[in-house]
Design a protein around this ligand. Structure first.
Ligand code: H79
Length: 712
């Protein structure tokens, strides 16, 4: 009992100290906002291999074709096309079928005599890519199943030992050369077939790892890369994948990177050659080796990534490899808008096709390629060779940009055609030149007028393309474009009051604002210090220079929220630590742990895994209270590998569920100072594991929730 009271005293004392130091701007140990942990493989000692960065002096030149191209075709083709996504009555599989359906090696090998893609026509495939407007093709020379789709002398597990008996890559390389596309290989590092590759799948109990030697596997990879880089002419990109298992590390990554560049110096290599990719956002951890470009998978970054080359790869339906049951294809219009979105953020789009075991593209893919091609034929110049949009947000669509000798062309991708026929582009100070619709072969000029900082383009009543009509707008001289100011406050809800900060990265501008939705004028309040907001309000802000508006207006609502009352602790008081339940099992997402029997339970100081009895396939639920020093809107974060969720007072606040590498998610909630129930659920399937829980309030920088704030 005594201890308990002492604990509560220490808690309030420490909490007070922490919050005061945070208010004073003193840096707390964990207040950097960075995840304090990196996987051990990111922390390896320097290696003897020459630093690949030294090979990068010619980077801009080598990347030029790739940056201009903007659009490529991914092809996932392999033995997995034979089952076409179906195994034992289940139809949800793709290129992962061998592992997802746990198919033993010798059973999987039975697809080999069935693989005979007699309808394969390299010329037709490459023509379809070219006609869709794609400038490069990345095809699987080998996927995770280890089956080689080329004539390799290093294993029999290749296409020459199927009834097909010839090498499709030779014909594809020739067709790419003929039609002017760059030919590229996807090559998996992970290999579920080669005896020297480690680790084994955990379900493959009867496949011994005895005598396996990973360094011999790396030598095998190198020998195959040598084949791929010697027999098919110039290769544009080597696209590695399956690099996340514990055996792969940065040293190997640099070695392979240098090796392929020593054979073909002009080649580009994606970041998955290294070991520092964080998650499916596809970017490399700071300081880790990241190859030539980042690889967001099945997603588009929210904003451009200045200084980083990247390429979003995406399926047309829900599978990479052919799945005959999957008819969930994105409409062509959605794909066209995604291409414009990606180009407006300075990235490339690698769009996937999963051909059948007969060697055909699925008809749904063909019709989409066709529709995209029709759009590209008219509007391709707004994609190729363009740079990222100078504007962060446009209500009606997207913008891409090309610099010219006398100024620039802004390509305005109009998704939502204005009903009043006036397209407004705010924040353009340049004199406008000619504007015309790319869909208009006669290029008749559209009327452009100026209204203060904005150019207003008069459009015909009907959009030439319901999906995306592009206007080329010439501007004279060096682009002088200004985005509206940005709100820099991390909160849009508050409990008592909130200081709202604004900023603009443009030189020589001042920010003026109104409380309310009306557009600020030169007579509006001048922003100098954060604005104190005490009730729900809208703030509208705009940039001015020399007494004139130079940007559009940004408006944002800040809402006063009622905080949840603090919990009443049990009369007997609380004690340090959290109650934990430990579970064992294999999950893809958080199960309902309340329905499962724990393998252990007890009290633990904070969110740690200490009581676990294995490294993989486990889960935890932590329950207790968190003591908050003051009333505020709080943002909670979980950084986890794999999934996690967090509840406060039984309200779901953070959903970071799913199988993933170290990923951080957050959510906010208004809370009164004092005790609040906290619950965190976590699970780990395989690979590295991590869990950290952070909090940030209006007065406190982000920090790991200290042990002293947790009790039960
Ligand atoms: O080839 C296609 C897929 O078969 C392959 N990549 C695309 C281009 C792919 N392999 N795995 N996945 C996609 C999903 C795997 C995700 C995870 Fe991970 C691996 C979760 C945890 C380990 C990647 C690495 C995300 C976090 C770490």
């Amino acid at each position: 009992m005594k201890n308990r009271f002492l604990f509560i005293f220490i808690f309030f004392y420490t909490a007070g100290l922490l919050s005061t130091s945070a208010q004073n701007g003193v840096n707390l140990p964990d207040a950097s906002g960075k995840l304090p942990f990196l996987s051990p493989r990111d922390q390896q000692a320097p290696t003897q291999v020459p630093d690949p960065l030294s090979l990068r002096s010619d980077q801009p030149d080598r990347m030029e074709w790739w940056r201009d191209a903007r659009f490529g075709m991914f092809i996932h083709w392999g033995l997995y096309a034979v089952p076409a996504g179906e195994w034992k009555g289940k139809t949800g599989y793709g290129e992962w079928i061998r592992t997802s359906a746990e198919i033993p090696l010798e059973v999987y090998d039975q697809f080999r005599p069935k693989f005979n893609p007699v309808q394969f026509d390299a010329d037709a495939w490459v023509r379809m890519a070219r006609d869709a407007g794609m400038k490069y093709i990345v095809i699987t020379s080998k996927h995770h199943d280890g089956f080689c789709m080329f004539d390799t002398k290093l294993t029999d597990f290749n296409i020459m030992s199927t009834p097909f008996k010839h090498d499709p890559m030779t014909e594809l390389a020739a067709a790419c050369k003929k039609y002017g596309l760059k030919f590229c290989f996807y090559h998996s590092i992970m290999d579920w077939h080669h005896p020297d590759y480690l680790p084994r799948r955990e379900w493959e109990k009867d496949r011994t790892a005895e005598g396996a030697d990973f360094s011999r596997y790396v030598a095998y990879m190198k020998a195959q890369l040598k084949e791929l880089l010697s027999h098919y002419g110039d290769i544009g990109v080597l696209w590695f994948d399956g690099e996340w298992e514990s055996t792969w590390n940065e040293k190997y990554g640099k070695e392979i990177y240098n090796y392929v560049k020593s054979i073909q110096p002009g080649i580009l290599v994606n970041n998955r050659v290294g070991a520092g990719r964080l998650d499916m956002e596809g970017l490399t951890a700071e300081g880790a080796f990241g190859g030539d470009f980042g690889t967001p998978e099945q997603q588009i970054p929210a904003t451009g990534l200045p200084g980083v080359d990247w390429e979003t790869c995406m399926t047309m339906n829900d599978h990479w490899g052919y799945n005959s049951a999957d008819k969930n294809f994105k409409p062509a219009g959605e794909i066209i808008r995604m291409l414009a979105d990606i180009a407006s953020k300075g990235g490339n789009y690698l769009l996937n096709v999963g051909p059948t075991a007969e060697g055909l593209f699925p008809p749904e893919s063909i019709s989409r390629l066709d529709a995209i091609g029709k759009w590209m034929k008219v509007n391709g110049e707004s994609i190729y060779g363009t740079g990222a949009s100078p504007f962060s947000q446009l209500k009606w669509g997207r913008c891409t940009k090309k610099l010219t000798a006398t100024g620039a062309i802004l390509y305005l991708h109009v998704f939502d055609w204005p009903a009043n026929g006036k397209l407004v582009l705010s924040g353009v100070l340049n004199t406008p030149g000619k504007a015309y619709l790319l869909a208009d072969p006669g290029r008749s000029p559209l009327t452009v007028t100026r209204k203060s900082d904005a150019l207003v383009i008069t459009l015909p009543p009907k959009a030439p393309d319901p999906v995306n009509s592009v206007i080329a707008l010439n501007i004279q001289g060096k682009p002088d474009l200004t985005d509206p100011p940005e709100f820099k406050t991390g909160f849009d809800t508050f409990t008592d009051s909130l200081f709202v900060s604004l900023a603009s990265d443009r030189d020589r501008v001042e920010i003026r604002y109104n409380i309310g939705k009306s557009e600020p004028a030169i007579t509006s309040a001048l922003y100098s210090n954060p604005i104190l907001v005490k009730a729900t309000s809208v703030i509208s802000a705009r940039c001015f220079r020399d007494g004139k508006p130079v940007s559009g207006t940004v408006s944002k609502e800040f809402t006063k929220a009622t905080p949840l009352q603090a919990a009443t602790p049990p009369p007997a008081g609380v004690a340090p630590g959290l109650h934990y339940r430990y579970f064992e099992g294999s999950w893809d997402s958080l199960p309902d742990f309340n329905t499962l029997k724990p393998a252990g339970e007890g009290i633990i100081p904070d969110f740690q895994f200490t009581p676990r009895t294995r490294d993989d396939l486990f889960g935890f639920v932590y329950d207790g209270y968190v003591m908050l020093p003051e009333t505020s809107v709080c943002i909670f974060y979980t950084g986890s590998d794999d999934g996690s969720r967090l509840w406060i007072d039984d309200v779901p606040v953070v959903n970071n569920d799913g199988l993933h590498g170290l990923t951080e998610k957050s959510g906010s909630i208004a809370l009164a100072g004092g005790l609040h129930k906290i619950r965190v659920g976590f699970f780990e399937r395989t690979g590295s594991d991590n869990l950290a829980v952070f909090v940030k309030s209006q007065k406190m920088e982000k920090m790991v929730i200290p042990k002293e704030w947790l009790c039960h």
